[in-house]
Design a protein around this ligand. Structure first.
Ligand code: UDP
Length: 470
């Protein structure tokens, strides 16, 4: 790729090109955005990060970056994972409302702050890379003459659903009807109706709005950046390249966490409890079940009790992440485990509030991952070659689980309610299942080859050259 010093102005005025970033303020969006920033910074770009006050990044962990806080006071929209979070069924709906609120609240201050930055550094600024959910802010940047690229933090397959969403509504797949949940979506294999982005009837309107804005954000940008790679989603990437306007280039630059020099600790919103790594060091290879449901999923006290007794009855060593406030309304303290659980599993497991997940998944002792199938968790497990027990909650998680279980066959799905007998059986079977484990390891090797063999690095170079040419 070319130098990031811009010589277009005649040589005596060489300036380092600057890429502006604006992440959506949720953990699963912040991580890949900073990983991408790290990758481009290592290629020589200067970095400015615009961010909301809500879930603000810790600037002291990125001394080389320039940070611009953007006021986002939206009148206190509830946030999933907060003490006052909604019931699990409404998590998607409320998250989407929050996305729209962030766009509304940040529009005017972002316009002002970006204009001020351009006044000082117009020549340096190459483009804005914003989360796909931030259409309003992408529009603001374009109005001020700044080229835009979109980072979508989900899979290529999920973006296909977004592009097909009007068709899915026309064909009656969305909003989903209870009686049709197990029907195949013939136009988008391997999905079943239940794997689409379904939400409550009340949530359908807001979801339609968010999806149409998201597709427009990409279609009006100069590129779509995805945290995926050809060895994982070759057909899906080809289909996006076919269906998007020719001016929108698709950059599959994943797996970003493997390419980025920035450590995962640098963007964690919660403190990662590293003591669990010492405990993993004492466990036999591939023996431990790692359990985590990401940063947004909520559980009832009954779900937690059923999961706990299922894990206990499986007789498998475990490391369980139980986020503070995973139970809506329970406050910021440790979530309630059922009486007698810790005594029953004495010495066989560890429960933490938040873990260094990438390192945990890479640890030799981890043999299986009970996951909610958020896209980052899925990619991290794929790269680590760890088989998955999938229990999706909402949004793109069901579709990710379908790919894990049926397309790549590196995991199995735990259907329906969390129930102790089902959990114990699935966990024990997962740990014994040599076929799934072998396929997971093979897929992990293909991911490593994409990184070491250079395919992902080549795509990053293409992205860097594209940015230089904007
Ligand atoms: N994560 C972590 N520690 C944990 C659990 C999760 O650092 O104990 C990280 C994980 O590595 C991933 C992110 O949080 O990068 C969660 O993103 P994902 O897309 O999997 O799920 P979401 O939180 O968006 O539902």
């Amino acid at each position: 790729m070319g130098s990031v010093e811009d010589t277009a102005t005649g040589g005596d005025h060489r300036r380092r090109r600057r890429v502006l970033f604006f992440p959506l303020p949720f953990q699963g969006h912040i991580n890949p955005m900073f990983q991408l920033a790290g990758v481009l910074h290592s290629r020589g770009f200067a970095i400015t990060v615009f961010h909301t006050h809500f879930n603000a990044p810790d600037a002291s962990r990125h001394p080389d970056y320039h940070f611009v806080p953007v006021p986002d006071d939206d009148g206190g929209t509830p946030t999933p994972g907060d003490g006052g979070a909604p019931p699990a069924a409404d998590t998607l709906h409320v998250t989407l409302e929050r996305v729209l609120a962030v766009n509304r609240a940040c529009e005017a201050p972002f316009r002002e702050l970006l204009a001020a930055l351009l006044e000082q550094r117009r020549d340096e600024v190459a483009c804005l890379v914003a989360d796909a959910h931030l259409l309003t802010l992408l529009d603001v940047a374009r109005e001020l003459g700044v080229p835009t690229l979109v980072l979508r933090t989900g899979s290529a397959a999920c973006f296909r659903i977004f592009m097909a969403f009007p068709m899915l509504c026309d064909m009656g797949y969305q909003p989903a009807r209870e009686s049709e949940l197990d029907l195949p979506v013939r136009e988008l294999p391997p999905y079943r109706v239940r794997d689409l982005l379904s939400t409550s009837a009340a949530g359908h309107a807001v979801m339609s709005e968010v999806i149409s804005r998201l597709v427009k954000a990409v279609a009006t940008s100069s590129g779509l950046i995805l945290n995926t790679f050809d060895a994982l989603e070759s057909a899906e990437l080809a289909s996006l390249r076919r269906d998007l306007p020719a001016a929108v280039q698709v950059f599959d630059v994943g797996p970003l966490h493997k390419l980025s020099p920035s450590p995962a600790t640098s963007t964690s919103l919660l403190r990662q409890d590293r003591r669990c790594l010492d405990w993993l060091d004492t466990q036999a290879p591939a023996s431990v079940l790692y359990v985590s449901f990401g940063s947004l999923a909520s559980m009832s006290a009954t779900d937690i009790a059923e999961a706990a007794w299922g894990i206990a009855d499986s007789d498998v060593p475990f490391l369980w992440v139980l986020r503070p406030a995973i139970v809506p309304g329970s406050g910021a303290g440790a979530p309630p485990l059922p009486d007698g659980f810790l005594a029953a599993v004495d010495g066989r497991g560890v429960v933490v509030g938040w873990a260094p997940q990438e390192e945990v998944l890479e640890h030799a002792a981890v043999g299986a991952f009970w996951t909610h199938c958020g896209w980052n968790s899925t990619v991290e497990a794929v790269c680590a070659g760890v088989p998955m027990l999938c229990r999706p909650w909402f949004g793109d998680q069901m579709g990710n689980a379908r790919y894990v279980a049926d397309a790549w066959r590196v995991g199995v799905e735990l259907d329906g309610e969390i129930e102790r007998g089902k959990v114990a059986e699935a966990v024990a079977a997962m740990v014994m299942d040599g076929g799934t484990r072998r396929r997971a390891r093979e897929l992990g090797k293909r991911a490593a080859e994409s990184v070491a063999g250079g395919a992902s690095g080549v795509n990053v170079d293409k992205l860097a050259s594209h940015i230089m040419a904007l």
